[in-house]
Write a protein that binds this ligand. Structure first.
Ligand SMILES: [Zn+2]
Ligand SMILES: [Zn+2]
Length: 345
């Protein structure tokens, strides 16, 4: 079968190669025929050498939907032919962390697919702990509708859950990229009264506006964010979701949060951030950080099924699998106009 292989010692570092089809290795495994996948910023991070745990000579990719082709004998929750979305976190559901819902820290799993074991940018992929890692796609949902359930939609939802949103809360979301937009969708579902979208990329703010994802759209290039926020809310922002990870966005997040507010951080930073405790003394903020604990896939799938969530607009470009190298190039170099690509198999 064909697969996209990452090799840090070759140039370019990714190539489409012929490798053998995966086989069931353990009783909890499933073999999934990949129907549709996407490229995640984390895939680019691996290629750029920012992910130390990424193995060399591995098939990339962890955001996808497919059809169950083979099942290990302990996988009881699915049957051959089921359409499934696959969680970006592989988890055992039995360890100390899994029992508390912290599946990102599963001592037997975590982010494995497309990082430390072969991922989904291939015609077939082996998925461990399939009983937990797969989510059946409802019949009224297309592959496209379900594509982001296991990764970016879960990340946005996780960010919103982390902020313990209550009715009448004003929520600011820094970063109007795909995860930020998923956080806007999630904050609304979880009961936010007002949502403020913040980004320096006007095109992305405009997309959020077209989709009616927020109530205010602020671009730091056009206004002073702190002044604008004072006009919207007297005390500051109840809960801030930081989904940008840019140079000044962590600082902006704690500055705009009101006293006793929550700052939830889903962004991945490339540099250390400064926490100036003397300056924020008495502000009594709660900070929460995290890689996604993607435990709400079933809930999200059902919300899509009931037309409460639609992430189709995030797919701005599609490519055939045989052109996946071109898709990577395009995704990397067209951040302005490309939100997410769909790879068709
Ligand atoms: Zn990802
Ligand atoms: Zn576990």
């Amino acid at each position: 079968m064909k697969a996209l292989i990452y090799n840090k010692n070759s140039n370019p570092k990714i190539a489409l190669k012929e490798i053998s089809k995966p086989e069931l290795l353990l009783d909890n495994d499933a073999i999934i025929k990949v129907n549709l996948s996407s490229i995640c910023t984390s895939d680019l991070h691996i290629i750029e050498g920012f992910v130390p745990k990424a193995k060399n000579n591995i098939v990339l990719g962890h955001e996808f939907v497919g059809t169950v082709e083979k099942l290990g004998k302990n996988v009881k929750n699915f049957k051959i032919g089921d359409r499934v979305s696959v969680n970006c976190e592989t988890f055992c559901n039995e360890c100390f962390f899994c029992k508390k819902g912290y599946i990102n820290n599963c001592t037997n799993g975590g982010w494995l697919l497309g990082c430390s074991i072969n991922g989904c940018q291939a015609q077939y992929v082996r998925v461990p702990y399939a009983n937990n890692t797969l989510t059946k796609i409802n019949d009224n949902i297309s592959d496209k509708n379900a594509l982001f359930v296991g990764d970016i939609l879960s990340s946005g939802y996780f960010g919103a859950k982390m902020c313990e949103i209550e009715k009448n809360d004003t929520i600011a979301i820094i970063g109007s990229g795909p995860v930020g937009m998923c956080a806007m969708i999630s904050a609304k579902i979880l009961g936010a009264k007002e949502i403020i979208a913040i980004d320096i990329n006007q095109h992305r703010l405009d997309i959020a506006k077209n989709q009616n994802l927020a109530d205010f759209y602020l671009n730091p290039n056009d206004c002073n964010i702190e002044d604008e926020i004072k006009k919207i809310t007297k005390y500051g922002i109840d809960k801030v979701i930081e989904a940008a990870g840019a140079k000044d966005t962590f600082e902006l997040a704690w500055k705009i949060a009101r006293p006793n507010g929550i700052v939830g951080i889903v962004a991945m930073y490339e540099e250390n951030q400064i926490l100036p405790l003397p300056k924020m003394y008495g502000k009594n903020l709660t900070f929460k950080t995290g890689g996604v604990d993607a435990i709400y896939c079933r809930e999200l799938m059902d919300l899509i099924s009931k037309n409460k969530i639609n992430t189709d607009f995030l797919i701005t470009h599609s490519f055939k699998f045989e052109n996946i190298i071109e898709a990577y190039e395009f995704f990397k170099s067209n951040k302005d106009k490309c939100l997410k690509v769909a790879i068709e198999y």
